[in-house]
Write a protein of this length. Structure first.
Lengths: 455, 455
């Protein structure tokens, strides 16, 4: 029956159970649903039912639910549960989700939770919080099952039965030796189709790919993507198995990284989404805008330096927005290529040299094409002034080459020196290219001033 | 031994086996490696060894290898193998990878392959190619195992053993009824820990989440991400099971979508990476640049329309790049927020209204802040001309509000009308905002011309 119910029908049923205080029926219903769907029900439920709903669930169900919610709703639920039941739920959560949750709480609040926990649990949580959030340690969970190489398939299956409740999302068994070092991996499928008395050693895949606990989250996600893994084991310096990172975390990393790249290209302050308040969004966007305002004034002061030239050839102004804009555009294009390339390719010296030479050629090709085109346009638009056509065309050629190279080299240099590439934002490169282009354009125009004014 | 060898050591060993013509040893070595590592070896191998390497592998190993390579290298391998052996390899490939490969080949070439295949296989491949590449049908593979609800765990395990060779990357068993309709799903873990004579019906999870064969790839990826799935089943109108889509494909979709968003923001033509040739990259980038060149000239002609105003107050030019640049920057920021928001949120009418009102407020806040700031700067920089300060400040306020709204509404409108949002690229919005800002700025300046020139 539950199998074919819509979300709305489920919601009505849940409210009915809550009103009739049918706790057992509610628990059984939720057992049939995915945690994501339970979360949708919680979000869809009128506020007045939230408290009763939470208290009707088993601690396991609350742990599953809480993992699907935003930090705001998570904290709301902890509040409704009280310290003691919250600690119980926390111990049932996946470690990586728990670490994320704890990062949202104050130190005092965390201490309150730790105080009511068993010593073993609280020590465990403290060690978990010691890893940086963007490292493998911050992503890993301890919800994995290990086995010794000399044990049999039968023993492995027995062990899995014992850990059934929390091994739900696990698809490999990790094999360790007497020193707890990782020596192999065996899939559930291998166990299923193997003879029950075969030793694990004979089944296992021994060239295990693992990540180090201090590895950056991007490298971890890349490893999972390259090998099409469902999970990757995390080890310390001595190859001891500490935890695993699952593919859903890799997906989250890829989504997060893509958002960062886009923030970078558009100079949006971090973390603005559809729900951010106007004042918060403004405060996050303003620092960049104010900086760019001052850089924009620099362009203005460059123009004012060429006032004499402008006074004599007013037509030069008409091409100014086009030249500045085009230089900015080509720079942004190159920047986008570099920013995305860095995500998937390894950036060594040879790649950098090859890329810069490639972009130099690109700059020349698009510069020549657009330069010739604009020369012709300028010539016919401005009373067949051949020198104006030359000045505008030559300027565009040079600024497009410079703009392309700037859009390539600035982010590469920042990447090389390990500076936060957020600095290499699209608008910043656009604005820098504005200044370059104005200097080149008016510089060339001034050099040919006598020819320009002669006609 | 293989377990701890570096990539270079492996390469040396492979070359040794090739030189000594130890075919069996090579096949055994590769069996111990992940397909990704085999691909790295193939790429690292000097060209002269490629042909021998390919012919030494089992068809299964070639199929695994080919799935890890770029289309260019894939086609090279098919060429080395010849039509007949290629068709054999093709039949061993995952369907989704095979469909991708076939998309790279000419119709004539595909027909050659189909001609030498068994009728059943060629029909299968033809039906596969009938789905659009960006739909669920284009992503799905038929490498899944199904079972009837009234069969037992024992029968399921027997079936898995039969299909062992190709069920390697499968973690669920799909349950169908007599009409081949999808009625449930059961995990390997459930099979492992269940009693051997239990009926599948008792184990299975019956609220199966599935996607429709015509669903867009983004929706499929979102479903996998939301539910933390390893795979999602694909069904037709009648809920008949057609295939599955695995999480690694979802990751590829997320990466591809992020790249598209960035191409959109930066007006890079599609598919430019570190390896694209300069001439190809230029041809892909040029159409946008030429379009933007003409739009840039529009700005120029607007300025030329205000020549009289400019002649009288030259100082107006100094603030022109700043005003145009700032309007473009704020528009790009808003665009980035919308483009990323569309990926994760549902865009209904209420969201759109809320978002536009929010961005209006954002525009006002940043407009007032930057406007007041620039009024003061203009006043002190340009000989304490209070009217110039007013004109520049008021213009910036208005252009920032307009720019913010343009950056929000243009992509939302395109999204609503189902137009390819690639049109709403960052540089396009920047250029449109350029034109808006110049008209507003010079319009206000002209209105206050008598005051500006009075001082």
């Amino acid at each position: 029956m539950v199998a074919n119910m819509t979300e709305d029908q489920l919601l009505v049923l849940v409210i009915k159970y809550l009103k009739e205080a049918k706790r057992g029926a509610l628990q059984q219903l939720l057992e049939e649903l995915h945690p994501y769907d339970v979360a949708q029900i919680y979000i869809g439920l009128p506020d007045k039912h939230h408290h009763k709903f939470i208290t009707f669930l088993t601690p396991d169900q609350v742990a599953d639910l809480i993992q699907e919610l935003d930090s705001e709703l998570q904290i709301e639920i902890l509040h409704k549960l009280g310290i003691e039941r919250s600690s119980k739920v926390m111990n049932l959560m996946d470690n990586d989700d728990l670490a994320d949750l704890l990062n949202e709480l104050s130190v005092d609040r965390i201490q309150e939770f730790l105080d009511v926990m068993k010593k073993e649990d609280s020590q465990h949580i403290q060690s978990l919080m010691s890893y940086p959030a963007d490292s493998a340690g911050g992503l890993m969970t301890n919800q994995f099952v290990w086995i010794h190489a000399d044990q049999t398939v039968r023993q492995a299956v027995e062990k899995l039965k014992t850990y059934a409740s929390f091994s739900e999302n696990i698809y490999y068994l990790y094999v360790i030796n007497a020193e707890k070092k990782l020596v192999g991996v065996v899939s559930y499928r291998d166990l299923l189709i193997a003879d029950i008395d075969v030793q694990i050693e004979e089944l296992m895949f021994s060239r295990v790919v693992s990540v180090h606990v201090n590895d950056d989250q991007e490298d971890v996600a890349q490893t999972i993507e390259r090998y099409d893994f469902i999970a990757v084991p995390v080890v310390d310096d001595h190859n001891k198995l500490l935890g695993i990172i699952t593919v859903d975390d890799a997906i989250d990393v890829f989504i997060r990284e893509a958002n960062e790249d886009i923030e970078r290209l558009s100079a949006v302050g971090r973390d603005i989404d559809f729900n951010t308040k106007a004042i918060t969004a403004s405060i996050r966007r303003l620092p960049w805008l104010v900086l760019l305002l001052f850089i924009g004034l620099l362009s203005g002061s460059i123009i004012s330096g060429f006032e004499a030239t402008l006074d004599q050839v007013v037509a030069l102004i008409f091409f100014m927005p086009m030249i500045a804009g085009m230089t900015g555009n080509t720079g942004t294009q190159s920047l986008a290529v570099v920013v995305r390339g860095i995500v998937t390719a390894d950036v060594d010296r040879a790649t950098v040299v090859k890329l810069i030479l490639r972009e130099l050629r690109v700059g020349l090709i698009i510069g020549l094409t657009c330069g010739i085109l604009i020369s012709l346009i300028a010539y016919f638009w401005q009373d067949q002034n051949i020198y104006l056509g030359f000045v505008v065309g030559a300027s565009l050629l040079i600024t497009l080459v410079v703009g392309t190279l700037a859009g390539t080299m600035i982010p590469l240099m920042l990447h090389r020196f390990g500076i936060d590439p957020a600095v290499a934002s699209g608008p910043l490169i656009t604005t820098i290219n504005d200044i370059f282009s104005l200097m080149i354009y008016f510089g060339i125009a001034t050099a040919f001033l006598s020819q320009l004014t002669a006609l």
